[in-house]
Design a protein around this ligand. Structure first.
Ligand SMILES: *Cc1c(COP(=O)(O)O)cnc(C)c1O
Length: 407
């Protein structure tokens, strides 16, 4: 049976690899736009605003693409704020949600005019002392909702470093009232994996209860946690069902609060994960006593999620899609055990074939590094049937740029 080769935005992956070389990150722009509108349209009858969490993928072209569609940004560092401003976002479209940063960084962000999200009572006191009511802020509350199973990506539970515990609300209110702080939003981000609307709604109810204490609210920000499929059979967030239920609860809340507020979300993964592929070349096939390894021209330096989170990323052979499937372990070229895929059935791989690693749009390039003195890959964006180079592959100059030779 003849199988079609992988197409990305209408272009064969093999052609993109031939034109730009490997390893290369390739993003399908139309997929990003489609996901944005799917999420945006899932909340009937409420004023919903999506702030893209750019830590997932921050190339300026991806930011501009989402800006064109109407998105705002969620930035977790001052540098991400600067990237957003450089891409043309207005400060008012950017939410700055830092964790454990120096108060000075928050002061810098305030000078830039972006929304400030505070997740620590000590910072809230410093903020109140300095600005009183002159600058509004949002408060990040931790509702202690468990989301997902991997503790590295569950940020709402009791031991999490993120947010101010909902049990500390009395203390928050004392600080707010004593300094005359104007709180314009309440925020929660329960973690990177939610299973269904229940988690959101449980967290939301707690935020709605807290909201009665804050008369100046303009928005409620429910973070992210929208799940996408990494493999067949994965449970994904039912966006339409979740959206309808949250919208209903939110409308009821606004009615009792007495004013129509905006509903904000901060999707990262949902918008960009499935748009991206990491194309790599099979350098060598290596047979050991128990395993057939495919050694590729990439590794944990380019895609760390399989090793860091034990994440599954689907892998296919784009050069020989009709080949007989064989059992392989796909490993990188880094001097670590950097297994990208264990016991995978992949259409027979020959040395030189191009493999595509799926779901590489989110937390792929942005988590890449130069370990083993390897260059970070190039990035390509496919738009309207055309592949554009949007980041050059690094060169030796990039590796040594900041090094100071003293001997
Ligand atoms: C990482 C992060 C997000 C995005 O999470 P995804 O799982 O990629 O959607 C949103 N908000 C905050 C505060 C984050 O830290």
């Amino acid at each position: 049976m003849k199988k079609e080769t992988l197409m990305i935005g209408g272009i064969p992956a093999t052609e993109i690899a031939a034109e730009f070389g490997t390893p290369v990150y390739v993003y399908d722009g139309s997929r990003i736009v489609q996901q944005y509108h799917r999420l945006k349209n899932a909340f009937p009858g409420v004023k919903v605003s999506l702030h893209y969490a750019l830590k997932a993928l921050n190339n300026v072209n991806v930011l501009k693409l989402l800006k064109r569609e109407g998105a705002g940004l969620d930035a977790v560092s001052l540098q991400e704020v600067l990237l957003g401003l450089r891409a043309g976002f207005e400060p008012s479209q950017i939410m700055y949600t830092p964790n454990c940063v120096d108060f000075e960084e928050i002061q810098e962000a305030i000078k830039l005019g972006v929304h400030i999200n505070i997740d620590n009572i000590s910072i809230l006191e410093q903020f109140g002392h300095q600005y009183h009511g002159s600058v509004p802020c949002c408060i990040r509350l931790n509702p202690h909702i468990m989301a997902g199973g991997n503790s590295n990506i569950s940020v709402g539970h009791i031991d999490s470093k993120f947010g101010i515990s909902i049990y500390q609300l009395r203390h928050v209110l004392r600080v707010v009232q004593n300094h005359g702080i104007r709180v314009n939003g309440l925020h929660m981000h329960t973690g990177s994996d939610i299973l269904d609307a229940e988690v959101f709604l449980r967290g939301a109810e707690l935020l709605f209860e807290a909201a009665v204490e804050f008369p100046d609210l303009e928005f409620m920000d429910f973070g992210s946690g929208f799940k996408v499929a990494y493999k067949d059979g994965d449970i994904v967030t039912d966006i339409e069902d979740t959206g309808a239920r949250i919208s209903k609860a939110f409308k009821e809340f606004c009615a009792s609060y007495g004013r129509e507020l905006e509903l904000w979300f901060e999707p990262g993964k949902f918008l960009v994960s499935e748009s991206g592929f990491l194309l790599v070349k099979a350098n060598v096939i290596k047979q050991t006593t128990s395993t057939v390894f495919i050694g590729v021209d990439s590794g944990q330096n380019h895609l760390i999620r399989p090793m860091f989170y034990d994440a599954y990323h689907h892998i296919v052979n784009t050069s020989n899609p009709s080949g007989t499937p064989r059992l392989y372990s796909v490993v990188g070229y880094i001097c670590e055990t950097d297994t990208l895929g264990y016991d995978r059935k992949i259409a027979e791989v020959r040395e030189g074939d191009i493999l595509a690693i799926y779901n590489a749009g989110a937390y792929g390039f942005t988590m890449s590094n130069n370990y083993n003195a390897r260059y970070r890959p190039a990035e390509v964006l496919v738009l309207d049937g055309k592949a554009h180079l949007i980041r050059r592959r690094e060169t030796f100059e990039d590796l040594i740029r900041n090094e100071i030779e003293i001997l």
